[in-house]
Design a protein around this ligand. Structure first.
Ligand SMILES: *Cc1c(COP(=O)(O)O)cnc(C)c1O
Length: 469
């Protein structure tokens, strides 16, 4: 069969040459094809993947209402940076920053708060980190002291972006281990790792690995005494990728934000509990004195001056409009109701899972709408399967529930995690719990250990563990 037959408008999609040849992988195909054929090829290739709504691994929004979706689709062609052409997008961005800053109790006076939009928390964290580094560097220069050995202090529960930040900017990462006693950042241990070269401490609101919150108020309190004693000026940047849009609604009394003296910047993901589709992050500074001037780039672009703080130049405007839409559509009340429902569903799943004989919850409390659990002691000893096997089983019914090991020092613990987001109803939770029970019943029937269990026992034996079966 030759590969020269060119499809026409009347070619049946599945009667075309393209459908009987391998998909292009190395070079751009020489010839054009019809939009229908191209569409089907891409669509079919991704068709079998997990339904985003059944993906309980991700923190990122998988449901927005029809009007939000329409608004975002209609603005899909808008580049945020073309501020001369789309000045209202820039205005709306500032409004979002103002609203988020106020949500976090920013003390900054005046008409506009200091912040920036990012493609996600990663970019927002980097901007917060760079600002802290430049402020520290300026201070050191002014004092005539060396500024070549900056460091940053946070727990091993950090998200990978902080490793990237420290690598890319050549900043020493000083990690505080998480242990069975200290399941979140220990303020005392954090301060032990600080010195005159510490650019900031980064506590996390909504630790990705565990769903817990670092005790930011205690850290702030102890850091205040520490800074007084040493004469240092070490600030806090809060990585509130999840917590930034959870705590203000479900726990407004809890002080973690600009109400604390040493919190000078906060970052969050608009596309996590900000409830916008992927591609949006935010960072806010306490006031503009904390955003070093070198980070604002004023460029003459298409005939006008555009001031920009960010790593990227072009970026989609649709997500920003989606965020503003959510603020108007949902209001504070709507956000609270949605996040509280997510908390209720998460607590319900946590309770039911905690009651299953084979499982043990990692923490007694659910403080963000996500939690982790492990096999119970008895099952760790006797089961013929691991949580990795359970993950595979659940995937057969469409659920993505990840199993993974905790960070170093507690990496002997295998856990499973559920993130409850907008879109997970009680009915879906019941379906999931039933599927978990059924999967466990199947796994319990196994006569021989699974390869994953064999591997686990081999590793544990090397550490001197004894298995009795
Ligand atoms: C998700 C997450 C990040 C990275 O955020 P993106 O929006 O995916 O770039 C950083 N820190 C924490 C704590 C996170 O949970």
């Amino acid at each position: 069969m030759s590969n020269t037959k060119h499809p026409t408008a009347t070619t049946a999609v599945y009667g075309s040459e393209e459908m009987v040849h391998p998909a292009p992988t190395m070079t751009i195909p020489e010839k054009s094809t019809t939009p229908e054929i191209a569409y089907r090829m891409v669509k079919d290739e991704t068709y079998a993947e997990t339904q985003p709504r059944l993906n309980l691994a991700t923190f990122v929004t998988t449901y927005m209402d029809d009007h939000a979706t329409r608004l975002m689709n209609e603005s899909i062609a808008i580049n945020y940076i073309d501020q001369t052409e789309y000045p209202r997008v820039a205005v709306i961005t500032s409004r979002c920053i103002n609203m988020i800053a106020n949500l976090w109790n920013s003390p900054e006076e005046g008409e506009s708060k200091t912040g920036a939009v990012g493609i996600g928390s990663s970019e927002a964290c980097m901007l917060g980190g760079v600002a802290a580094w430049l402020r520290w560097r300026k201070r050191r220069m002014d004092e005539g002291k060396p500024y070549d050995k900056p460091n940053l202090v946070m727990s091993t529960g950090m998200q990978v972006v902080w490793e990237k930040f420290c690598q890319l900017w050549q900043i020493e990462l000083r990690q505080v281990p998480l242990t069975s006693e200290h399941r979140t950042l220990s303020p005392k241990e954090a301060l032990k790792r600080c010195d005159e070269n510490t650019i900031c401490i980064v506590p996390i609101a909504g630790v990705t690995w565990t769903g817990l919150n670092d005790d930011i108020a205690t850290l702030d309190h102890e850091l205040d005494a520490y800074n007084k004693m040493t004469g240092y000026d070490i600030p806090i940047h809060v990585d509130a990728a999840s917590g930034g849009f959870i705590l203000p609604f479900v726990n407004p009394e809890w002080k973690w934000d600009f109400r604390l003296k040493w919190v000078k910047s906060i970052s969050t993901s608009g596309h996590k509990f900000g409830l916008v589709y992927p591609g949006l992050g935010w960072v806010v500074w306490r006031d503009k004195s904390y955003l070093p001037e070198e980070m604002s780039f004023s460029v003459n672009y298409l005939g006008s001056e555009v001031t920009q703080v960010g790593l990227n130049f072009s970026r989609p405007a649709a997500q920003i409009l989606g965020q503003y839409y959510n603020f108007i559509r949902l209001g504070w009340e709507g956000y609270r109701d949605i996040q509280q429902n997510s908390m209720t569903i998460a607590r319900y799943c946590h309770e039911r899972i905690g009651k299953m004989e084979c499982f043990e919850n990692y923490a007694d409390e659910v403080v963000n709408p996500l939690f982790i659990w492990s096999l119970s002691k008895e099952y760790t000893q006797k089961a013929k399967w691991t949580l990795f096997d359970l993950q595979d089983k659940l995937q057969q019914s469409g659920w993505m529930v990840p199993a993974y090991t905790l960070p170093k020092d507690i990496d002997d613990i295998v856990v499973m995690r559920i993130v409850v987001r907008q879109g997970m109803s009680r009915d879906m939770a019941d379906m999931l719990l039933r599927d978990i029970e059924n999967a466990v019943a199947e796994l319990d029937k196994l006569k021989h250990p699974t390869p994953s269990r064999e591997k686990y026992e081999r590793q544990e034996r090397q550490h001197g563990r004894v298995f009795t079966h």
